[in-house]
Ligand binder design. Sequence first.
Ligand code: CMC
Length: 428
Amino acid sequence: MSDFAELTLEGKSLQLPVVTGSENEKAIDINALRAQTGYITLDSGYKNTGATTSAITYLDGEQGILRYRGYPIEQLAERSNFIEVAFLLIYGHLPSQAELDNFSYQIKMHSLVNEDMRKILDGFPSAAHPMGILSSLVSSLTAFYPDSLHPNPTKEEVDLTIIRLISKLSTIAAWAHKNSQGHPKNYPDNSLDYCSNFLYMMFAYPTEKYQVNPVVVDALNKLLILHADHEQNCSTSTVRLVGSSHASLYSSVSAGINALWGPLHGGANQAVIEMLEAIKADGGDSKKYIEKAKDKNDPFRLMGFGHRVYKNFDPRATIIKKTADDVLGALGINDPVLNIAKELEQAALTDPYFVERKLYPNVDFYSGIIYRAIGIPTEMFTVMFALGRLPGWIAQWKEMREQKEPIGRPRQIYTGETTRDYTPINER
Ligand code: CMC
């Protein structure tokens, strides 16, 4: 096969290099296009645009394949834990025991947040959405660690920021929840592993002893692993784009959190449960909502169905569906909202509209169900997604800086008015 693609424009022929990835994916390198022809490419939503080369995550939406650094997601979800996967994504290899011990120890040692951060948190009303709190407090970390603003940080500085971010995000997330409840905040317990400590900070009360449930810890590890990276999605592209201006890791991740917040991205898991609640309040007729989703004059969409890249099945959804069944069974939960979820899933999987468009339940359809079962309030669902996605954002930011990528700056095709003269207000 040729290593060049030939493009003919206005009678002139141009050879554009073909780039081949390690899994044989093909791209046409158009870097020279504008300089040589004056043309740009137009691709709204970047559906066909590769913004970078990356060695972190491989995803094949047609085959339903997802691998982190070459390791299949199924194996990682089954046999690894979140902190080990975070190391893998960020540093590119599975850690030795010594590396993992050191990484875990460092994360524990940085779990406190400055007491002045509490004052910032106290300033938020209890009704504040925790995603807004999360992005604001992550951005505020720059004030407490001004060295992180160095535009060209050393490797040691980057490593320390990485540890701080992974460690403190879980404390900030749990405190955002406690703030919404108006309850006292729990300080981290460094005798616990990462997931157990997060659950402790979320759910322990000074008035009673808190027991960490191993079934819940296992489910949480799986959920966070499944969300840990997903190559160049909306929030990750945001992190890379913001970081490309040499903004700090804290600022870039804060921007990523905001991008994740939207209901078409990470906000979908919250939207799923809200949709199920609304169906229940409306009499529980899931068929009516299937019809609404199919009606092109109705803006309603089945939240948690469909995916930009998975057009066959979402491999994460397959793993998480089993986890959802396990958790619900182990906790003995019988929730009418979850029964509606099962009805919707069955109806959509057999309806020609959804089958023809390859619209399957995605990871967020089931993650919301598990979070609800383990007592995480709906508003916190997207925060849970952010906790999971953090290692991916960090790995992608680090790779972008190490590859010395130029500042991101797309072009456009202007469709507004051509030049016209200003008219004074009394002549308009
Ligand atoms: N319900 C009903 N119809 C749908 C849905 C849905 N959830 N999703 C897509 N469609 C239809 C859409 O109307 C279109 O139909 P037609 O070809 O007749 O015009 C067709 O399917 C293709 O949809 P699209 O909007 O062109 O697909 P997209 O790749 O641009 O959008 C999506 C992907 C995820 C934004 C979309 O499927 C959606 O809005 N889903 C609901 C929100 C959701 O669950 N998002 C979480 C994604 S997973 C988490 C993550 O990785 O961020």
